[in-house]
Design a protein around this ligand. Structure first.
Ligand SMILES: [Zn+2]
Length: 152
């Protein structure tokens, strides 16, 4: 488990979520970027990321890009929401980068703004996590700027 301080809330990444992201680390020069969506719950003002989806055959990826399929992700979001009685919600996006200390690309910035602006969020932010080969970039986007989480 990892805990991060972000503007206005504390973020908890559960062990299975960390394991999934780490299992897709681009640790050889053939591995494509991978990614998926982040789902979880809000409890006592804290955000718990409990699930991370894994790439599916409808996603498109290369060494330096990952585009997840919208419809496949929506099926997961709807399933988890219904299955939890409405408590497990979409929280954001994760993907890998083939660099040690990852930073968002301009495409990543456009993507996260698009997710924020699509009008279906249950929380006033979207998470964006990028798993590098040694570090993890953990952030939230609030409509204005991307804030980097501080490990606590
Ligand atoms: Zn990226």
């Amino acid at each position: 488990m990892e805990r991060y301080k972000l503007p206005g809330f504390e973020l908890i990444l559960q062990p299975n979520v960390l394991r999934i992201m780490e299992s897709f680390i681009q640790d050889d020069n053939k591995k494509h970027e991978s990614g998926g969506i982040l789902l979880g719950q809000i409890k006592d003002g804290k955000i718990y990321v409990q699930k991370a989806s894994t790439p599916c055959k409808f996603d498109r990826s290369g060494r330096y890009y990952f585009h997840r399929d919208k419809d496949a992700a929506q099926i997961i979001i709807d399933f988890e929401f219904a299955n939890s009685g409405g408590s497990v919600i979409y929280l954001g996006e994760w993907h890998t980068h083939p660099e040690a200390v990852p930073t968002p690309s301009s495409q990543d910035r456009r993507m996260i703004k698009g997710q924020y602006n699509n009008g279906t969020l249950n929380v006033p932010f979207v998470l964006m996590i990028i798993q590098g080969t040694s570090d993890r970039f953990v952030s939230s986007f609030d409509g204005d700027s991307i804030s980097l989480g501080k490990l606590i």
